[in-house]
Design a protein around this ligand. Structure first.
Ligand SMILES: Cc1cc2nc3c(=O)[nH]c(=O)nc-3n(C[C@H](O)[C@H](O)[C@H](O)COP(=O)(O)OP(=O)(O)OC[C@H]3O[C@@H](n4cnc5c(N)ncnc54)[C@H](O)[C@@H]3O)c2cc1C
Length: 287
């Protein structure tokens, strides 16, 4: 197996263009499992860990542009205040060792429906930046996921970064697993309140062929919430929101859970996430 090790972004893109079948590796927390289990035997590996551009994050036209090589640990430490939903999700990823190595770029690269970064990226309307030797393109995260472990990235492209607005309201992420830590989600749910736009963003994980948004639930709740007076939503409104979120899922029965259980759990997660986020929103006004 050939091992390619670019030290600049331009070099990495040139190597990928010359050999599109090359498998990128960053933290290696997915790639090494695949190699060790002999699921893949790529002819060449493209190690991106020496590309400094991938480790940068900073503001760009009112958004945050976060390099694909920023680890979960750094996201929590450096961006936790600005991206609270993604930071909550990052805290649930694996163990400290996995969070020190693993990156959102790698989560996007694997495009697993169970990846924990996806629901908060969907809920906050994130955009994925893809680059190749022939140019850069950006697409909303909701268009990036096209099938189970398949993304819209072309073979000659690398994931450069994601772009997302800093939180303009409370955000939540919750995950159901078969134990408390080091666990692949049975299902997960992310929610972002956007008081500026009077809108609620959602993201569903591990309950469909791709990460999903609960669009009908978003449409329903935006009109129900008392954005000005900040009165709490009624129990019936919360329940309906949960039902619509669960209805947006396309779960299967598998070793981690049944489709019925996933739908039930999602309704509960959605209802609770909204109640927690709304109570934070109401308390902010009071303090
Ligand atoms: C013990 C253990 C526990 C885990 N727990 C969780 C968990 O709780 N939640 C969770 O979501 N995941 C979990 N994972 C999976 C993994 O840690 C995450 O998916 C992580 O985000 C992968 O990031 P990475 O940098 O290690 O990716 P890598 O393994 O380096 O790469 C992953 C994929 O992305 C591609 N890739 C990497 N960088 C780029 C790039 N810049 N451009 C294009 N393609 C790229 C690779 O080719 C590969 O297909 C766990 C893994 C292990 C081993």
């Amino acid at each position: 197996m050939e091992f390619l090790q670019p030290s600049t972004w331009a070099e990495a893109l040139a190597m990928k263009a010359a050999r599109p079948e090359t498998m990128p590796i960053h933290g290696g927390t997915d790639v090494m499992v695949e190699l060790n289990l002999d699921r893949h035997r790529p002819a060449a590996i493209l190690d991106l860990t020496r590309v400094p551009e991938l480790k940068d994050w900073g503001p760009e036209e009112g958004l945050l542009r976060v390099g694909a090589g920023v680890t979960y640990t750094r996201l929590i430490d450096e961006l936790g205040q600005r991206l609270p939903g993604l930071a909550m999700a990052s805290r649930t990823v694996g163990s400290p060792q996995i969070r020190n190595r693993g990156t959102v770029g790698g989560n996007l690269g694997s495009a697993s429906p169970a990846g924990d970064a996806h629901p908060p990226l969907l809920a906050s309307g994130a955009v994925v930046e893809l680059a190749s030797a022939s140019g850069v393109r950006r697409m909303p995260a909701r268009e990036f996921y096209v099938g189970p472990k398949r993304s819209a990235a072309r073979k000659d492209e690398l994931i450069a970064a994601f772009l997302v607005a800093p939180a303009d309201g409370p955000q939540q992420f919750s995950k159901v697993g078969t134990r408390n830590a080091m666990v692949i989600a049975v299902c997960s749910f992310a929610l972002a309140l956007h008081p500026d736009g009077r809108h609620v963003g959602t993201g569903i994980g591990s309950a469909g062929p791709t990460p999903l948004r609960a669009e009908e639930a978003e449409g329903f709740i935006a009109g129900e919430l008392d954005w000005e007076g900040r009165r709490p939503p009624t129990a019936a409104t919360l329940r309906r929101f949960g039902e619509l979120a669960a209805a947006a899922a396309k779960p299967i029965d598998d070793i981690r859970g049944t489709s019925d259980y996933r739908r039930h759990a999602l309704a509960v997660l959605a209802r609770r996430s909204l109640a927690w986020a709304w109570s934070e929103y109401a308390n902010r006004a009071a303090s």
